[in-house]
Structures are given as structure tokens and as C-alpha cells.
Ligand binder design. Structure first.
Ligand code: FAD
Length: 318
């Protein structure tokens, strides 16, 4: 039995889905032990019950005015105090912008090893085994922690969400935060679509084949009809057809949606590194020799400006 500490995340006051995936991973390794969810900011009182429905036994709502907006320094100080107080036997976090920033620092402060960006976790003979993709997703390896406590960040959209009802205890934890080196004065958010790209179940991606920023419009329409998010290749970003926040690949976001539709993307290895583990891949490309067809489950050889609107019309009928 292990006491597992889970960092949860919210966006605009709503719990992010990946938090529930992390709770399920925690359930697997707790083996009947306690699962403690940590939530930053008092708005967590609104969603604490959801954590209880997904296996958390306790929620620690960490409060301090400095935690209303994420800064590395403030969150690090607060999370360190939580770890000192609760002495967990395993720590799990989402592999999101916050998790990626915080986890290595927590690992360094506590002298722990960190297995980052894992896609699966199991316990075999009492040992925790984390699965991590390597060589741009071409292979995977299973890692066990040989000293210290298991500590990992979890890639969104890989571990299923399951309902595990528990009786939940909600605690408030006041973090002492001092000597901040960074203070956020204002947050200016970019207007993006409703669905978060890293967590989207359906991603419609455009490459240099879309030819202009207007060329993304048919993709956006399809994404709207399917309730998905729009992504891009670096080719499209470099050509200034879209923002770099949409870039998928080795130097962009890694996504694992149920459905990935690549439109006008050649399928360079660096792009595949960010999407090849999607459950179903559809490629639309007018070049039948494009390498993207080698990883695609379904390939459509054709002009994306003809094919994508046809798909949108058909999906509207469903
Ligand atoms: P292209 O390779 O130019 O392909 C365009 C495709 O569109 C072609 O296959 C063409 O047949 C098709 N097409 C054209 N018109 C149409 C049409 N009307 N209908 C249908 N199909 C059409 N790339 C990434 O994506 N993500 C990364 O994170 C990334 N990181 C990199 C890191 C490094 C260190 C390096 C060196 C490169 C990286 N790249 C990355 C770049 C990568 O190597 C490719 O250059 C890039 O992915 C190509 O983008 P593309 O497929 O959109 O463009």
C-alpha cells in the first residue's frame, strides 16, 4: 500500500481532464493506500467532489493569494511544503506546461528520480513500472524506480478515466510564500479555440499544404463540427499560417487523440514524434508517396480543399 500524492490542475475554474487520468494512475499504484489530491487556489472547493468520484480520499486545497496565477517560484514553495507535511510514498503530476516546469524542480529539491511523460503505469511484484516512449515514439521502455519514491509526469489522453467512488475529506492548507523573484502583473490570454490541443480527443492538423492562414478555415470548420482542436506542422507555423502554440511534433506539443486528421502534412519524422501514437490517423495529401501514409490508418489521396469540406458536410449530417 502506498500513499500517493497527485497534483491536479484546473483551467478557468474547471478541472482539467488529465487530472482524472492521473488519479486513475494513482489508484493503480496506491494498491489500496491513500490517494491525496492537491489543488491550488480556493476555487478548487467547486470541483473537490469530482476528485472524490475518481478515487481521491483527501483533497488538500492549497491557498495563498500568490497562487492565483501560476509562477514557478510560488507553486514550488507551496508544493514543497505539501510534500514535507504529507510525506507521500509516490508523486504523480500531469505532463502539462505546469507539470513539466514543476516536476524536475521538485525532484531536484527532494533528491528524487523523475520519470517524465509516461504513457502507462503498472505494478508488478510490488514494483511500480512506468512506460515511457523513446526514439520519437518508435519504441517504449518500462522503467522502475530503484531508489527514492516513484515520481512521474503523465502524458494526457493515455490512461483511461474511471469512476472510483470514495468518501472524500477536504482540507485547507495555507502555504507560506516569501521572497518571490517573479511577480505576475497581468495575464493576457491569446484567443484560442475552446478545446485544449493537448487533451483533445480529435485533432485536425494542417501543414504547409494549407498554403495560407485562410487555408486553415476549412480545418477549423471540421474541428468545430467534430468538437476537436486544430493543430499544425512546423512547416505551417514557420510559414506564418498559424501560431506556434499549435505546433505538434518533436519541438512542439505531443498529442495522443482518438482521431488525428493530418491535412497537407508530408509526415516528417519530427512531426510523427508528436502524433504517431494517436489511436486512429487519417492523412489527406495529394502526393500518394507522402511518408504520412506510412503511419496512417486511413489515407485519402486528394486535394485537402476538396476533401475537408466534404468531410465537414458529411459529419454535419451525423
Ligand atoms: P511539407 O513537408 O512541405 O509538406 C507539405 C505537404 O502538403 C506535402 O506532402 C504536399 O504533398 C502536401 N500538399 C500540398 N498541397 C496540398 C493540397 N492542396 N492538398 C493536400 N495535400 C497537399 N516539424 C513538425 O511538424 N513538428 C516539429 O516539432 C518539428 N520539429 C523539428 C525539429 C528539428 C530539429 C528539425 C530539423 C525539424 C523539425 N520539424 C518539425 C520540421 C520537419 O522536418 C518538416 O520540415 C515539417 O514537419 C514539414 O512540414 P509540412 O509537412 O507541413 O510541410
Amino acid at each position: 500500500m502506498r500513499k500517493v500524492l497527485v497534483l491536479t490542475e484546473a483551467k478557468a475554474g474547471n478541472l482539467r481532464g488529465v487530472s482524472l487520468e492521473v488519479l486513475n494512475a494513482a489508484h493503480r499504484i496506491a494498491e489500496g493506500g491513500e490517494i491525496i489530491a492537491v489543488a491550488f487556489g480556493s476555487e478548487a472547493t467547486h470541483y473537490a467532489h469530482i476528485l472524490g468520484k475518481h478515487g481521491a480520499n483527501k483533497v488538500y486545497i492549497v491557498e495563498n493569494n500568490e497562487l492565483n496565477v501560476y509562477t514557478t517560484d510560488a507553486y514550488l514553495q507551496a508544493f514543497r511544503q505539501v510534500v514535507d507535511c504529507l510525506e507521500p510514498e509516490a508523486i504523480l503530476m500531469p505532463h502539462t506546461a505546469i507539470g513539466k516546469d514543476l516536476a524536475p524542480r521538485i525532484a531536484a529539491r527532494f533528491g528524487l528520480g523523475l520519470v517524465s511523460d509516461i504513457t502507462d503505469v503498472q505494478v508488478e511484484n510490488g514494483e511500480v513500472l512506468f512506460t515511457q516512449h523513446i526514439y520519437s515514439g518508435k519504441a517504449f521502455e518500462k522503467k522502475k524506480v530503484v531508489s527514492g519514491i516513484p515520481f512521474a509526469t503523465i502524458r494526457p489522453n493515455n490512461i483511461p478515466v474511471t469512476e472510483i467512488k470514495t468518501t472524500i475529506e477536504v482540507n485547507r492548507f495555507h502555504a507560506n510564500i516569501k521572497d518571490l523573484r517573479t511577480i505576475v502583473k497581468e495575464v493576457v490570454r491569446k484567443a484560442t479555440g475552446g478545446v485544449d490541443l493537448s487533451e483533445a480527443k480529435i485533432v485536425i492538423s494542417g501543414g504547409r499544404g494549407v498554403k495560407s492562414s485562410d487555408g486553415f478555415k476549412p480545418l477549423q470548420e471540421l474541428a468545430e463540427v467534430l468538437g476537436g482542436a486544430v493543430g499544425a506542422s512546423r512547416g505551417a507555423c514557420d510559414a506564418e499560417y498559424c501560431d506556434y502554440s499549435l505546433q505538434i511534433g518533436q519541438t512542439g506539443k505531443v498529442v495522443t487523440p482518438d482521431l488525428y486528421i493530418a491535412c497537407g502534412i508530408s509526415g516528417a519524422i519530427q512531426h510523427l514524434a508528436g502524433m504517431s501514437n494517436s489511436k486512429v490517423i487519417v492523412a489527406i495529401n495529394k502526393d500518394p508517396e507522402a511518408p504520412i501514409f506510412q503511419v496512417a490508418d486511413y489515407g485519402i489521396v486528394g486535394d485537402l480543399f476538396e476533401v475537408v469540406p466534404l468531410l465537414t458536410e458529411e459529419f454535419k449530417k451525423v
